[in-house]
Design a protein around this ligand. Structure first.
Ligand SMILES: [Zn+2]
Length: 505
């Protein structure tokens, strides 16, 4: 689902995992660490409008799955016993009873130094004592704090951890309570008329193992799609207020906030409360299951305050790059020195891409073009066009380009899609796109207003009321660039968001 460009991340170091057994992280990362030291002390000299400017750079955060984060940061890589957390001193056995950040002893830079020293000097201190195994090689950067630089990655932690856990646990409970069986879930998925935008991440059929395990098949994007459309598949089987379904809905509430690319500072205390409530409910409804990935949720609010929305730091984009390397290694069929082959091919490609000044912009394009005389357009659209200053002299036989879709500035607009054009008291106001026109070089998107009648909690979706009013927007005026699909259930139209949206301010 993520259309982020895989060409944006640069390649710094590429090694085969087997070398990590022979060499240390420090050996491998030393060239990068030395570069980072120089970037921090001397910086880069660049010319901006004829003035020489010194840009200094520092390492802000490191995005990785939990295993890699612990391995690189020097914490224990065991997640089912002992001290499993890189943020606090909690033990695995106590996870269940500590669902707020205030309930745990947070690791600090000073205490971490003490742990490392004790590990080096005291014979009685083992790697299990503090959950600290070694010093992180980035500690050589004098500003680096290992206890705060490895925020949980939303892709691995939420979409491949918490979300599959919640979905599988809820489906298991509903199956064994005979509310909705796994085969009914799959039958609904088979018959489901998935929206055009969500179709790219159509969830996979759920295997029998879902009744025993906490994992889901498919990519993180497919799991996210299932998470969003699940109420439309099975919501009608489930009684309102069903206790297991309530866990799913609570998880949607916090998922919406956490996955937002814009998070208001004022909602952070509310997010903390919601996370605490979700974790308390989860452990009372599913007392036998509590994973470290659930525990890491308690740090999200503080980490968002520190780093901004964590979605900006997630691994989704890097995983896309990883897929590129996997495809390339398959295609080149040259395994003599794989790292060299992949790095060289990548660098050549990036050189070519960077020769364009606008390498971050995708080419604009259109689909389904027709030329339509002005007078043949619906009256409301004619009024909208006439309202523009450049349309004073328009004649009835002037032809305008009418398109079924438009890709411009990396955003795709399609007839039939829903766009958020305003947010009022945190409620999104949608339009359904009905016409895309090009008039004397300007792009005009016409749609009919869709105002949410209510937020239906059981479906975690906005119930829509179509308005007769036409709205004209221009590309870039939308409040959120994800096009949204409409879902119809019991003759009622719904839209489910990717994340919460806020009125500005
Ligand atoms: Zn912790």
């Amino acid at each position: 689902m993520e259309n982020s460009f895989t060409r944006a991340p640069f390649l710094e170091i590429l090694i085969l995992h087997q070398f990590l057994k022979k060499y240390s992280y420090r050996d491998i990362l030393l060239p990068l660490i030395n570069d980072l030291k120089l970037l921090y002390t001397e910086g880069l000299q660049v010319s901006v409008n004829g003035h020489n400017v010194s840009l200094k750079c520092a390492l802000a955060t490191i995005s990785a799955d939990n295993l890699s984060a612990h391995s690189l940061a020097g914490f224990t890589c065991c997640f089912n016993s002992g001290r499993i957390c890189r943020f606090c001193m909690i033990s695995y056995k106590d996870l269940r009873s500590h669902v707020n950040e205030d309930d745990v002893i947070i690791r600090s830079s000073q205490v971490h130094q003490y742990h490392l020293q004790a590990l080096r000097e005291s014979a009685g201190i083992s790697k299990q004592t503090y959950g600290v195994v070694s010093e992180c090689p980035f500690t050589e950067l004098n500003y680096f704090d290992v206890t705060k630089t490895f925020p949980p990655d939303l892709m691995h932690n939420l979409l491949e951890g918490v979300v599959p856990l919640v979905i599988t646990r809820v489906i298991q409970a509903l199956h064994f309570l005979h509310i909705v069986s796994l085969s009914q879930v799959n039958a609904e998925l088979d018959a489901f008329n998935i929206g055009k935008n969500d179709r790219a991440n159509l969830p996979q059929k759920l295997p029998q193992s879902v009744l025993k395990q906490n994992t889901l098949p498919g990519s993180a994007a497919q799991v996210w799609c299932l998470f969003r459309i699940l109420p439309f598949l099975i919501g009608h089987y489930i009684p309102e207020g069903e206790v297991h379904w309530d866990i799913y809905l609570k998880c949607r509430d916090i998922g919406d906030m956490i996955l937002s690319p814009n998070i208001l500072r004022k909602i952070i205390p509310f997010l903390s409360l919601q996370i605490g409530e979700f974790l308390s409910s989860f452990q009372s409804v599913f007392p036998k299951t509590f994973t470290p990935k659930l525990h890491y949720l308690i740090y999200y609010p503080q980490l968002i305050l520190k780093f901004g929305p964590l979605k900006q730091l997630w691994c989704m984009r890097f995983e896309g790059k990883h897929q590129y390397f996997k495809r390339l290694s398959h295609n080149t069929c040259n395994f003599k020195n794989l790292s060299y082959t992949l790095a060289k091919r990548h660098q050549l490609r990036q050189c070519w891409e960077l020769t364009s000044l606008y390498s971050l912009l995708q080419n604009n394009y259109t689909e389904g073009e027709r030329a339509v005389p002005f007078r043949a357009l619906p009256l409301e659209i004619q009024k909208g066009v006439i309202g523009r200053s450049e349309a004073e002299d328009i004649q009835g036989d002037e032809r305008l380009g009418v398109f079924s879709s438009l890709m411009i500035n990396n955003v795709k607009y399609c007839v039939g899609d829903n766009l958020i054009v305003d947010v009022d008291e945190d409620i999104p106001i949608f339009i359904k796109i009905l016409k895309i026109l090009q008039f004397r070089g300007a792009w005009l998107i016409f749609g009919k207003l869709r105002i949410p009648k209510t937020f239906e909690r059981h479906y975690h979706a906005f119930k829509l009321e179509d308005q007769k009013e036409w709205i004209l927007v221009q590309p870039g005026e939308e409040k959120e660039f994800h096009p949204l699909d409409t879902y119809v259930h019991d003759d009622t139209k719904y839209i489910t968001l990717y994340h919460s949206v806020h009125s500005s301010g």
